[in-house]
Design a protein. Structure first.
Length: 501
């Protein structure tokens, strides 16, 4: 364990390695999903569980990070979480079935949940107050580099090796970070007597888990026609009711009840949840469309997806310059309008769309989240008392992850249902008097199979278009809600509160 003055450079390298590992794993698997789908024997809607299980587990585990750090010590928790994340990553790489992969991704999300909050807190403690802006700038860049590197690294590893290396890559990085944490990060004091509302945590976890499970399995089971989905929906209502009732009556609730009495904080969480639903929903579907419908190689799909991260960085830098002269509502509204515009233009894609169109619309969509994230996150915390900000940060990150996971599940379900409907509709026109020409040299059963494959291709592409249009409309519907945000009289200056991606 390090003693004396901390080595700021080495501490920064260690915590940023952990941060990038955790953030990277939210996007690195996106471009590898089609390859994982075939290897694990999953359907198109089932393979989305690989993404949603990680996000949901992280969402549930994040709010208890502060309590665990107070009981174990921050560095001890950090190294334990790094070790668990590294082992879970290795297990993801060796998974041979979908249930195994989902289980190991759940473990990866649980252990990874503590990495980003502890990394941020460690940087804040390591740097003097005069250098906090610099430290948070480094942290923000690390958080933002994930969406850029994720598709590229995932595409390259899948193309050159296998999709399993998207997870194996964490093993050497995790071991190096663990050794660095033990060598350079000093331990913090512990507050063993601090209590946690385990009852509230249990009800909240039940609600989130059943909600996501119903979304993931609803399309496959027939939604409310299935007894399983009915039971899960009932448990969601029960868990939410018990969480609210318990929080309103206990002396020390899991989340301070004052958070929900602040209109700006509540509205900011609602807006961010919907924005994450739109953003992650479209971001999860796009690489599948590129590889499945447009026949892009996995590495090319990753390279085409990566520029949206540069759009995000450019927008954040611009927001930092203009936020002194304009209010957050205008910037958030502009971001939503850009997101709606990009999704509307994406709904005009066809099987002949060019790579340049995909790239520049990705940049436009990435810039939209840059215009939204900083002013919305900053504004969410401006009206809260200082003693509420730690809990508020945990709840804000919880809602971000719930929105992200729900977006992936909902858009995947809509895509599958729309593709089925479109296939049936297009098949009605395939009669002996109105039929697409058979491929050369094909007739009989082989010709019909080729014809069905062509219909499926067209139907699925139409389904992607429908999803993009639905998300564009949702963005437009969110804009009026922004008008109800409270804007502080003083300009939003200083460093924004950064919450992990």
């Amino acid at each position: 364990m390090a003693t004396g003055q901390p080595n700021k450079t080495m501490i920064t390298i260690v915590v940023m390695t952990a941060t990038i590992m955790q953030v990277l794993d939210t996007t690195i698997a996106n471009v590898a999903l089609p390859h994982m789908q075939g290897s694990l024997g999953a359907t198109q809607d089932q393979i989305a569980w690989v993404l949603t299980s990680y996000l949901v587990a992280s969402a549930i585990a994040t709010p208890v990070t502060g309590w665990l750090a107070s009981q174990l010590g921050r560095t001890r928790l950090f190294t334990f979480a790094l070790g668990g994340f590294t082992v879970a990553s290795m297990l993801c790489g060796v998974a041979t079935t979908l249930p195994e992969m989902v289980l190991f991704r759940l473990l990866q999300g649980i252990f990874g949940a503590a990495l980003v909050p502890i990394a941020q807190a460690t940087l804040l403690d390591t740097y003097p107050r005069s250098e906090v802006g610099r430290a948070m700038g480094i942290f923000s860049m690390g958080v933002m580099v994930g969406p850029i590197l994720g598709p590229i690294v995932g595409g390259y590893l899948t193309d050159q090796l296998t999709w399993r290396w998207c997870f194996y890559i964490n093993v050497p990085l995790g071991i190096a970070a663990i050794l660095g944490a033990l060598a350079f990060i000093p331990e913090t004091s512990r507050a063993v007597g601090r209590k946690l509302d385990w009852m509230g945590f249990a009800f909240l976890s039940l609600t989130i888990a059943c909600f996501q499970l119903a979304l993931d399995r609803g399309e496959q089971k027939g939604w409310l026609q299935s007894p399983e989905i009915m039971i899960e929906a009932a448990l969601v209502v029960f868990g939410l009711y018990m969480f609210v009732a318990h929080s309103a009556t206990t002396r020390r609730p899991f989340f301070d009840i004052r958070l929900f009495q602040d209109r700006t904080f509540v509205l900011s969480n609602a807006i961010m949840t919907l924005i994450m639903l739109v953003y992650y929903g479209s971001m999860a579907l796009t690489p599948q469309m590129l590889q499945g419908e447009l026949n892009y190689p996995v590495l090319t799909a990753g390279l085409v997806m990566a520029p949206r991260g540069f759009g995000t960085i450019a927008a954040i830098l611009l927001v930092g310059r203009v936020s002194k002269y304009t209010g957050p509502r205008l910037l958030i509204g502009l971001g939503l309008a850009l997101s709606a515009l990009s999704l509307y233009l994406m709904s005009g894609w066809s099987l002949d769309v060019s790579a340049s169109d995909i790239v520049w619309l990705g940049v436009l969509q990435g810039s939209s989240i840059g215009f939204i994230n900083v002013p919305l996150t900053t504004n969410a915390f401006t009206t809260l008392d200082d003693d509420l900000r730690t809990e508020a940060s945990g709840f804000y990150n919880l809602m971000r992850n719930i929105g992200s996971a729900a977006g992936i599940s909902i858009t995947s379900a809509i895509l599958v249902r729309s593709a089925q409907v479109n296939h049936g509709y297009l098949s009605e026109f395939m009669t002996p008097f109105r039929q697409m020409p058979m491929p050369p040299g094909m007739s009989g059963t082989a010709g019909l199979m080729a014809l069905n494959a062509n219909i499926t291709l067209q139907a699925t592409m139409i389904a992607y278009i429908n999803v993009f249009m639905i998300l564009a409309v949702l963005c437009l519907l969110i804009i009026p809600v922004v008008l109800f945000l409270h804007v502080p009289r003083t300009p939003l200056t200083g460093e924004p509160v950064v919450v992990g991606e």
